[in-house]
Design a binder for this molecule. Structure first.
Ligand code: NDP
Length: 360
């Protein structure tokens, strides 16, 4: 049932039940921050199918992909996904509302929705292919889940997209889970950002030993979150420092760059060890490369990791949050009026956790 739910919602918007418009931050063309526009008259999402819900957004989270999408990244692929049936309602895909994370409250449920009721407190991660009300009618089932009871919306919204990505990369692609991670050695390259801070808590909670690369200013944070070894990549060639450590069972690469040239040598060979990178050429090169997701070389596996929401992922993460195994790492909170500043913050990089927008 959960998987079949569609959600109608906006990240940088919120719904009002008595009118057919709502305030929102939209873009009408791709570009830099100047293209973000505030409107009081964005179309209110309405339920089209009996398995849909509408959600009033109380807080939204930003991810690097929102910055990329503002600048046109993946526009053709996403437009194709949104309009797979070639039933274009709006030729351009604009206005586009960005934002990948929501935490909020169910307003209305379609007739077949049994698992949720109006007033339920929920969270969700929005796939990049879901951006506009028109597209939502045709594509991408989005999963809504009850948010952790222990978190207010502003903290909760920092988790879904990075958690679903980390889960997909570590569990679905990397092959680790709560039952087989004990004493496994996991290396997280780029551990101080949104995905890294979530991923390290997950595998630590499952009993793995975690090594993290980050800059020196983030060392305290990642140690608090459970990193056993921390390597400061600003203090000399990071691969040299990592080569002095025992080999790893899984490497999650949140940074990319040159790292895939040396990272495979840090894995235990012929042991099922995997290197999973989130920095993939997928959207740029889909046509050229097809849908290959990795290869095996030198006795270790090379894989691409992707955001994916499957089944009860967010429910499992919600339980980990409520039982104190995973906590949100919110670096900065902006008001709804400050959405462009929130984009600026994410665009500047050097994240220590997540940037979120409060819409309460
Ligand atoms: P963030 O911007 O939140 O975090 C990136 C972190 O990496 C920052 O803390 C940054 O801090 C740190 N960093 C930068 N350079 C290095 C380096 N050389 N070594 C170690 N750390 C470094 O990004 P996310 O965590 O949200 O995402 C990580 C990556 O994964 C992004 O490239 C994103 O686009 C990608 N991604 C891909 C998805 C997919 O479906 N394939 C889904 C989600 C994310 P500092 O610069 O201060 O060191």
């Amino acid at each position: 049932l959960m998987c079949s739910l569609r959600a109608h919602y906006r990240s940088f918007s919120f719904s009002a039940s008595l009118t057919n418009v709502m305030p929102a931050w939209v873009i009408n063309k791709y570009g830099k921050n100047e293209v973000l526009r505030f409107t009081k008259n964005a179309a209110l999402p309405i339920i089209h199918y009996s398995n849909e819900v509408t959600v009033k957004v109380h807080a939204a989270g930003l991810n690097p992909i929102d910055i990329s999408m503002r600048g046109c990244y993946g526009a053709a692929t996403m437009a194709m996904k949104r309009d797979a049936l070639n039933m274009k309602q709006s030729g351009s895909g604009f206005p586009l509302i960005l934002g990948r994370d929501v935490s909020g409250e169910i307003v209305e449920c379609g007739l077949d929705v049994k698992y949720f009721k109006p007033g339920d407190q929920v969270w969700a991660a929005i796939p990049p292919s879901v951006c506009s009300p028109q597209s939502l009618m045709f594509m991408s089932v989005t999963q809504v889940s009850h948010k952790p009871k222990s978190l207010r919306h502003v903290k909760a919204t920092s988790i879904p997209y990075v958690a679903a990505t980390a889960w997909s990369a570590i569990v679905n692609t990397g092959g680790l889970n709560k039952d087989n991670s004990s004493k496994k050695r996991v290396l997280i390259l780029g551990g101080s950002g949104g995905v890294g801070t979530l991923a390290m808590q997950m595998v630590k909670a499952w009993g793995a030993h975690v090594t993290v690369t980050c800059s020196q200013n983030a060392e305290r944070l990642v140690r608090e979150l459970g990193a056993g070894d921390v390597v400061d990549y600003t203090a000399g060639p990071v691969e040299k420092q990592l080569q002095t450590l025992q080999k790893f069972d899984l490497i999650l690469d949140n940074f990319g760059g040159e790292s895939e040239k040396w990272a495979l040598d840090l894995l235990r060979p012929w042991n099922g060890a995997k290197y999973v990178t989130l920095v993939t050429p997928f959207l740029h090169n889909t046509d050229r490369l097809g849908l290959a997701d990795g290869m095996m070389q030198k006795g270790v596996h090379y894989r691409w990791g992707f955001f994916a929401q499957r089944g009860p992922t967010l429910d499992e993460i919600s339980e980990m949050v409520d039982s104190g195994k995973v906590r949100p790492v919110v670096e900065e909170v902006f008001s709804f009026a400050q959405v462009p500043r929130a984009f600026q913050k994410v665009e500047q990089g050097h994240a220590c956790g997540k940037t979120v927008v409060s819409i309460e």
